[in-house]
Write a protein that binds this ligand. Sequence first.
Ligand code: FAD
Length: 566
Amino acid sequence: AFRRGPAFSKLVLIVAASGGGLVAYADARTDPATEPSQAATKKKVVVLGTGWAGTTFVRNVDSSLYDVQVISPRNYFAFTPLLPSVTCGTVEPRSIVEPIRKIIRKKGGEIKFWEAECVKIDPDNKKVHCQTNIRTNLEGNGEFLVDYDYLVIAVGARVNTFNTPGVVQHCHFLKEVEDAQKIRKGVIDSFERAILPDLDEEERKRTLHFVIVGGGPTGVEFAAELHDFISEDLAKLYPTVCNLVKISVIEHGGHILTMFDKRIGKFAEEKFRRDGIELRTGYRVVKVSDNIITMKDKSHVESSVSYGMAVWSAGIGARPIILDFMKQIGQGSRRALATDEWLRVRECDGVYAIGDCATMSQRKVMEDILEIFKFADKDNSGTLTVKEINDALEDICIRYPQVELYLKSNQMSDIVDLIKASKGDVRKESVELDIEEFKNALAYVDSEVKNLPATAQVAAQQGNYLASCFNRMKHCEKKPEGPLRIRELGRHRFRPFRYKHLGQFAPLGGEQTAAQLPGDWISIGHSSQWLWYSVYASKQVSWRTRALVISDWTRRFIHGRDSSCI
Ligand code: FAD
């Protein structure tokens, strides 16, 4: 059903002289400067997504070495950490977005961009199926195919509703710029509605009850922004109804901001209580109707609240295209695409996944270890005792010191404990395991291994790392720089990806921010707010957005936030 669009119809097929007989395509029409012979040697890199991961990759990859094509339904990059500020007009939406074509132009314009959505990945034929919504430019249904030698999947994640009935129909989300704009309009509309004549007090109260589902960083930051917006700006404009406003945060866990140090969570909870923000921790939302939210506590006791506006920020899940791709490649039971430490999608030649759509699995390491255990099973009995496993692990570390990179001694005992736990018996001193059982145990260990957080910081570092690998591909072929591989296979071409945590912020409103910096250094208060301003201004992708964001902050200080309902 898919066909090549006009942009691809003139592709000239050139058989690559090198690269193991691989076929490369060069678009001689759209890039006349490229000599066919030069283009033929360039491998095609297709990047899906223009978020943190995709854009950082594109900004850093050497586009003179590859024929890079970027595909995304969004022709801009959005600075998501400032999305909560957009919901209340602290920052304008256009101040936090940068057109992807501007970013490409800065790189000499060699990179091509197609505004379309990838709807299917075909790893066997190394093609992606795309669909554009801009039908007027294309005949037919807007579908086309793009070939790749290397595919970088960076499509991010979508909001996870956990199949809770009514969420999609009645809740706002906070994931995209459009979502933030809708929330801003929704908040102002709620005030305009609550102030209308002939409304009874109960209805006014219901209309001004703002419920946030999810006490993670996004939900908490939005609650704080909303509180500031109402107390600093809307209270002056709607004085007759401002005392009816209520903000509630519903969180399934026992506390909010659980991914931060406990001191930050405690400070945030106390501040919210002082600000009059209601915290309902230990509640799981089970149903949302047009004006009632039903929830259950830990003892499954049901209760409900009426609300005027609800924002759902309870977590993220895989996009349909990723779910479909995972099924194709035998990862159907996972929540995100598993990659190894080189960010390669397992068992998929030339496919990489970075950012929120991926999870760096240590299963590959585990599989390497399994290989060693098989090797250790000298009598081929197919069984190993825990003692043998322990001995084998020690052996591995002596014979292959590089494995210590993965297996610190405490991890070794953790693994054995997990193996025992997976057999449902943690007391026995010695447990017989056959290889099949061991495989199951590895899957169990794998699910226990902590994944990297889904943050812009991880996504950007992965994009940067992958671009640097691509830039040094040839050099590292000759001079590999990674750790030695088990079983004398030589060295890995690149060093594995290592995440460097640079700290995280949780803005709590009232010009106060909590900062958790490396080395577990905690700072909460007004000084951290200034650190937050400086870091977020410096992290902007261009001087244009930096200037716009700073001027928005200044405007807000001087004139307050704009409450027009446009
Ligand atoms: P995204 O940035 O989501 O980008 C995905 C890209 O893929 C988009 O361009 C999208 O249009 C495109 N795409 C989607 N489907 C397809 C398809 N089928 N084909 C092609 N392209 C597709 N992180 C922090 O570190 N600090 C923060 O303060 C912070 N605050 C946040 C606040 C909010 C409100 C939100 C929503 C997130 C926040 N995050 C923060 C998390 C951070 O935004 C994500 O971790 C980050 O965006 C992940 O980057 P990504 O490139 O994987 O995905």
